[in-house]
Write a protein that binds this ligand. Structure first.
Ligand SMILES: [Mn+2]
Length: 270
């Protein structure tokens, strides 16, 4: 089974006529003969668009395009009337290829378990108080989720809620190896290295170290996104994968979508 892994596509922000991320994905899926693509969130800033991207891939290739939503997919920027992020989450979850509450049996050996995950400020510095984290603002920079995400429970509660759901799902597959997928960062090593201005604070919004407690022996691959890195590493027999496509302004000299998608995509053969 040939599997591609990528995240943070931001197809709307990255849109250029004649060089779209969607068509770049089709090209790479075809060239690499992918059977399953895993997108670890942040497809676009509008869940309707994000779902269209998944459908576009599945209608134009034989590849199954599994995904978890990212914080951007959950934003109500384009849907101000949707004042409950849970309503947007439910719309995304209803898609047949969404991993939320729907682990995917890949083959006899592997199951893919995933969800958004959330952040609990555990990767941020202790120098800030809880009240400071609740503001989501530092040196005039506002964390945008504060404007467009309305869970109606605290970030810490949301982090725990996803933790409990994922723990429950993992417990259902004691005999399978696991590919674990969240949009949020689940390993300290993928946070922004310090010193970097304000990032001792904003690292708090990248994910949670608590999810690491879920990585028992059967969890072999851990996929994340959100932090806009393209890197992976191995630790204690597990492979951590973070393959964010990112914004064009972060691409550097090579501005071709196909080239960047190809370079970013992690390919696994399982
Ligand atoms: Mn994100």
């Amino acid at each position: 089974m040939i599997i591609g892994i990528i995240s943070d596509l931001h197809v709307d922000v990255n849109f250029i006529e004649g060089d779209t991320i969607e068509d770049a994905l089709l090209k790479v899926i075809h060239e690499k003969k992918l059977e399953v693509l895993i997108v670890a969130g942040d497809i676009s800033n509008d869940y309707v668009k994000s779902l269209e991207v998944i459908d576009y891939i599945e209608q134009n290739t034989p590849c199954k395009c599994l995904f978890v939503p990212g914080n951007h997919d959950l934003w109500n920027l384009e849907h101000e009337d949707m004042i409950h992020t849970s309503d947007i989450y439910e719309q995304l979850k209803a898609h047949d290829s969404c991993l939320c509450d729907a682990p995917y049996i890949l083959n006899d050996e592997y199951v893919i378990v995933g969800d958004v995950g959330w952040y609990d400020y555990s990767y941020g510095s202790d120098a800030y108080t809880l009240d400071q984290y609740l503001l989501g603002k530092q040196s005039e920079r506002q964390w945008q989720d504060k404007k467009y995400i309305k869970w109606h429970v605290s970030d810490k509660e949301k982090t725990l809620e996803f933790y409990e759901k994922l723990a429950m799902q993992l417990s259902r597959y004691p005999d399978k190896k696991v590919i674990f997928v969240t949009h949020m960062v689940t390993h300290q090593r993928m946070t922004v290295p310090l010193p970097k201005e304000n990032w001792d604070y904003f690292n708090g919004f990248l994910g949670s170290g608590q999810y690491g407690e879920l990585f028992h022996d059967q969890v072999k691959y851990i996929v994340m996104g959100h932090v806009h890195y393209r890197a992976d590493f191995e630790e204690k027999g597990k492979t951590y994968i973070c393959r964010c496509l990112n914004y064009r302004e972060q691409w550097g000299a090579a501005q071709d979508a196909g080239e960047n998608v190809m370079e970013t995509m992690k390919i696994l053969e399982l």
